[in-house]
Design a protein around this ligand. Structure first.
Ligand code: MN
Ligand code: MN
Length: 465
């Protein structure tokens, strides 16, 4: 009886009947297909545009359902709710970029009989995880004429993949004694692209080619795509893990894939927006780029793009209202992932305040580190309102901090939304192996997160809020 007073997070599976498990599996299959197709922010935004267009969203702020993409890398979309816009928006914000290896502007080098691409990593990676594994190449090359050539190589069966070689254990005796932070150097993250060269014709020593492998590679790139080396200076090419997302485990209830931080939140937010009934505030999603490198840049959350979109929306939907008042009345979920309690590294977490797979999306009241530094902390009032909302719908949720005090930490886009005056809290699923080439998420959490975002969109405006 006394136990009834104690708080206990609810495991999703324990209350999931057969019909619910089927719904989870169906959503998970769509999620796996999405992850297999969308490995860059550009590919993700183009997927979102397609889905929104199929559902009646147009690039016109006066419409009931509007989308506004920015440079193919970020996107705002909104849909009229039951309440007028001066009551604020219900906004879910996620990011479409993920850690990866970007090609340098002059990538091609030849050494030791192979042609390689030099890279500059993007976001927080553990460098050794990118060695000795198949990589695909995604991105765009922009020609002098302005023409933009999309590139995806290494995903279809039969297509070649690329790879960074790792040191053999026999010769790693010095390397293994170094700390991990020093053992793997960024300037050694060079992606092998080719190794053949032309047949050597005798008696032409005077036109000896300096880098014959690189020369052959450039020739192939010219034959296949009509590109010259200078074209790669104005390219955005990203080396990402090759191959589709997969189900993991005998029960197929984990998804293993690259880029789930933060496409898991983006996907579930999009699904929620498309499923939701218009019973509350105007609904909006904001999908950012650049979160993994600090949110700067025109397509990142520190830009004014969201503010501009809200201003346009106010002009179209609620002329006379002040955009600043709409922002102050808005409620936002900073939809980003949390680190799940790692079964093998439990000591880095403070277990009572750590997230566990299968317990639904995770509220994170504040992020930041070392005494909440750099955090945007949510109000208890807003948190309480959301807790009541999810409990009233029987949706699983949990609460966590990222790691032990003074050991963990991290940032999300919450502080940028808070700076606009919105009430905001972080809410997203927990994942294992975050930022790795093969992150793991629970299909139960995918489903519960979608439910939570949908409930947030549909929440009626009550006099207290
Ligand atoms: Mn993230
Ligand atoms: Mn991240």
């Amino acid at each position: 009886m006394k136990d009834a007073l104690a708080y206990k997070p609810k495991n999703f599976w324990e209350t999931a009947d057969l019909a619910k498990r089927k719904a989870v599996a169906a959503l998970a299959q769509r999620y796996v297909d999405f992850l297999s197709r969308c490995k860059t922010e550009r590919e993700t935004v183009s997927y979102v545009r397609e889905r929104l267009a199929q559902n009646g969203y147009v690039e016109d702020f006066s419409a009931e359902r509007v989308m506004c993409p920015l440079r193919g890398k970020a996107l705002f979309a909104a849909r009229r709710g039951a309440a007028p816009l001066d009551q604020g928006l219900a906004l879910v914000a996620a990011h479409a970029d993920s850690p990866r290896l970007d090609f340098k502007q002059r990538p091609f080098v030849e050494q030791a009989g192979v042609a390689q691409a030099k890279t500059h990593y993007y976001g927080g990676i553990r460098k050794y995880q990118w060695l000795a594994r198949p990589l695909a190449l995604h991105g765009v090359v922009v020609r002098e004429s302005g023409e933009c050539l999309p590139v995806v190589v290494g995903e279809k069966p039969g297509e070649p993949v690329f790879c960074i070689a790792d040191l053999l254990p026999h010769l790693a005796q010095d390397q293994v004694k170094k700390p991990v932070s020093e053992a793997f150097e960024a300037e050694k993250l060079n992606v092998i692209l080719s190794h053949s060269r032309h047949r050597k014709v005798p008696a032409t020593a005077e036109d000896e080619v300096k880098d014959p492998v690189k020369a052959r590679l450039l020739e192939l790139l010219h034959q296949k795509y009509g590109l010259e080396e200078e074209d790669f200076i104005t390219a955005e090419l990203q080396a990402v893990p090759a191959g589709p997302a997969r189900f993991v485990g005998f029960d197929r209830t984990l998804v293993g894939a690259y880029g789930q931080d933060d496409r898991i939140c983006l996907f579930t937010a999009l699904e929620a927006l498309l499923n939701a009934e218009a019973t509350g505030r105007g609904m909006a999603v904001m999908f950012w780029d650049k979160e993994e490198i600090g949110s700067d840049g025109a397509t990142g959350a520190s830009s004014r793009f969201l503010q501009y979109c809200v201003e346009d929306l106010v002009r179209a939907w609620c002329p006379g209202a002040l955009p600043s008042h709409v922002l102050l009345a808005s409620r936002a979920l900073s939809a980003d992932v949390n680190g799940a309690l790692d079964p093998d590294y439990q000591d880095v977490h403070e277990k009572q305040n750590a997230a566990v797979l299968g317990y639904g999306p995770v509220f994170c009241k504040f992020t930041g580190s070392r005494g909440k530094y750099g955090a945007s902390e949510a109000d208890a009032e807003f948190f309480g309102e959301l807790r009541g909302l999810l409990n009233s719908k029987g949706i699983a949720w949990q609460v966590a901090e990222l790691g032990k005090v003074d050991h963990g930490g991290g940032g999300t886009v919450a502080l940028f939304l808070a700076a606009l005056g919105m009430r905001v809290i972080d809410l997203g699923p927990a994942i294992l192996s975050m930022h790795s080439p093969f992150e793991l998420a629970s299909t139960a959490d995918v489903y519960a997160t979608m439910q939570a975002y949908q409930a947030f969109f549909e929440a009626p405006v009550t006099p207290s809020c």
